[in-house]
Design a protein around this ligand. Structure first.
Ligand SMILES: Cc1cc2nc3c(=O)[nH]c(=O)nc-3n(C[C@H](O)[C@H](O)[C@H](O)COP(=O)(O)OP(=O)(O)OC[C@H]3O[C@@H](n4cnc5c(N)ncnc54)[C@H](O)[C@@H]3O)c2cc1C
Ligand code: FES
Length: 279
């Protein structure tokens, strides 16, 4: 049982949850994730490690309540416990000094981009961060990112905060003005796909963190399988971070959309808008 020591509602959909997990905190690195089960009847589901504190022996996750299990977790409060947490899982981000880096977070992906951007900045890279969401109330972690980075660009689809448009609009402008050594993109699949199309045209190495549907998280069930440079890979054990230029995004999206057909038209709209911008 992992006791929750802090809960903060970041916006109506997203909660930050810090829980006791000493061994996990000691072993954790940016880019890794955990698999949790809230209670005996709950399903196991993955969440990125947002932060970890070895002295306090705690791990923090940021969770968007979108379905059965994430809603159960977000309904817990300080003092409640999570039944079990497995991790750290997946390969950690290789944090090196490579020069000029852009980190992009879309929606709850901002919480996943945050530890990577912070670690890259600490390593001496010149980091710029682009974050975006549909509306102002859904922007998360902006202040936390501004604490270590002074080049933060915010976009909202409706212009209610920051610039009106998509993160890819800002990326396009940055790439036209300057040269970069690496791009990290974490967010909706369609966002990562569009980012990769832009950076591929300029041969800028681009890493993405995939949020495939996971079941066992051990490489056994095949649930998180992706097509990567013509080969099958498993997000849980081979990722979650991959070279975005080698990911077959259409295949990943097709698998994801089997479970979320209602969102298809919204994704099609996003892709159409981005493509208009690409021309
Ligand atoms: C490595 C990894 C790291 C992740 N990190 C985070 C994180 O830090 N914060 C966070 O909020 N979420 C994260 N996710 C996504 C999270 O695991 C899913 O939102 C969660 O599994 C949904 O479970 P549920 O029971 O609440 O939803 P369900 O009731 O199973 O599904 C509800 C809806 O969500 C969709 N859905 C289910 N799983 C996923 C998924 N993996 N990606 C996108 N949509 C999904 C379903 O298709 C359906 O439309 C991560 C996923 C992976 C693979
Ligand atoms: S979740 Fe089963 S193989 Fe990755």
């Amino acid at each position: 049982m992992q006791k929750i020591v802090r809960k903060k509602q970041l916006n109506p959909e997203i909660s930050l949850i810090e829980f006791e997990a000493k061994d996990l905190a000691i072993a954790a690195n940016p880019g890794q994730f955990v698999i949790l089960r809230v209670n005996e009847t709950g399903e196991r589901f993955p969440l990125t490690i947002y932060d970890f504190n070895c002295e306090k022996g705690t791990v923090t996750v940021v969770c968007q309540a979108i379905g059965v299990s994430t809603k159960k977790l977000c309904a817990l409060n300080e003092g409640d416990s999570i039944l079990d947490v497995v991790g750290p899982l997946g390969h950690a981000t290789k944090v090196k000094n490579i020069g000029k880096v852009i980190c992009i977070g879309g929606g709850v992906g901002t919480a996943e981009a945050y530890p990577i951007a912070k670690a890259m900045q600490r390593e001496g890279n010149d980091v710029e961060v682009i974050i975006g969401s549909r509306i102002k109330d859904l922007i998360i972690c902006e202040q936390e990112i501004r604490e270590f980075c002074d080049k933060v660009y915010v976009t909202t689809d409706d212009g209610s905060h920051g610039r009106k448009g998509f993160v890819t609009d800002v990326l396009r402008e940055l790439l036209q003005k300057d040269t970069y050594d690496m791009v990290f993109a974490i967010g909706p699949l369609i966002m990562m796909k569009m980012v990769c199309e832009m950076t591929k045209a300029r041969s800028i190495r681009t890493l993405v963190s995939l949020n495939s549907i996971m079941i066992d998280g051990t490489g056994m069930c095949g649930g998180c399988r992706i097509q990567y440079s013509g080969e099958a890979k498993f997000t849980c054990v081979d990722g979650p971070e991959f070279d975005g230029h080698l990911v077959d995004f259409n295949d990943v999206m097709l698998r994801q959309e089997r479970y979320k057909s209602k969102e298809k038209s919204a994704l099609d709209h996003y892709e159409k808008q981005c493509r208009i911008g690409l021309k």
